[in-house]
Design a protein around this ligand. Structure first.
Ligand SMILES: [Zn+2]
Ligand SMILES: [Zn+2]
Length: 214
């Protein structure tokens, strides 16, 4: 049985939440639950959530981590560089926009996303690539022909680097080494905005001008 993929922007900053579902086994994996939206609860109704996986710990990607973990008992996984950010509004950015979004916190993670390692969901391998630059613990997740790129690479854009731990040169290096080396026809599912492909971004992304293959 093929996996289903559901996605929707959630919360005031419209961060894309993605949910992988294996309908026969009634299993789900949730990526970046940004806000406790009714849609999220509908999607996981009757399913066993295996893990809550975070591309990074900015407040717009973690707003529903606490309630989702409480409801499902699923482990929260993130790169260790941002393990402390979940409970710290200053690090996760919510303190800066507190009057707009409130102080966002989530429980500490249950496990690390190890760069070069992988997760298994419904018998499929999800590769973990470290793509820092937007934030130090940013990761991208590769599953078959899908790349969940977090706030690293967007449709015709790239992540901002003016937040704590941001590094523009590092972001470009991450994109070039970890993402643009993926197959051109791979679908990119970013943390904000529409999906794209690796090949399209190589050709049309104005922030990646001058990229040449090794
Ligand atoms: Zn974001
Ligand atoms: Zn972010």
């Amino acid at each position: 049985m093929a996996l289903e993929l559901h996605g929707r922007p959630l919360g005031p900053l419209q961060a894309n939440c993605y949910i992988l579902v294996e309908p026969d086994r009634k299993q789900a994996l949730v990526i970046d639950p940004g806000a406790p939206d009714p849609w999220l609860w509908e999607q996981i109704e009757g399913l066993q959530v295996q893990a809550i996986v975070l591309t990074h710990a900015h407040f717009d990607h973690i707003g529903a981590v606490g309630p989702l973990r409480e409801r499902t008992g699923a482990p929260v996984l993130i790169h260790e560089a941002e393990a402390d950010w979940l409970s710290d509004p200053r690090l996760n950015g919510s303190a800066r926009w507190a009057e707009f979004v409130g102080l966002v916190t989530a429980p500490p993670p249950d496990g690390n996303l190890e760069p070069g390692g992988s997760l298994t969901f419904a018998g499929k391998r999800i590769e973990i690539r470290h793509t820092p630059g937007h934030s130090p613990g940013g990761v991208s997740l590769i599953l078959d022909s899908l790349c969940f790129s977090g706030d690293t690479l967007f449709y015709r854009s790239i992540g901002r680097t003016d937040l704590p731990g941001g590094d523009h040169a590092l972001l470009l290096a991450s994109i070039q080494r970890q993402l643009l080396t993926l197959p051109d026809d791979m679908t990119v599912l970013p943390g904000h905005g529409p999906s794209t492909t690796i090949g399209e971004e190589k050709r049309f992304n104005p922030f990646l001008d001058g990229w040449t293959p090794d």
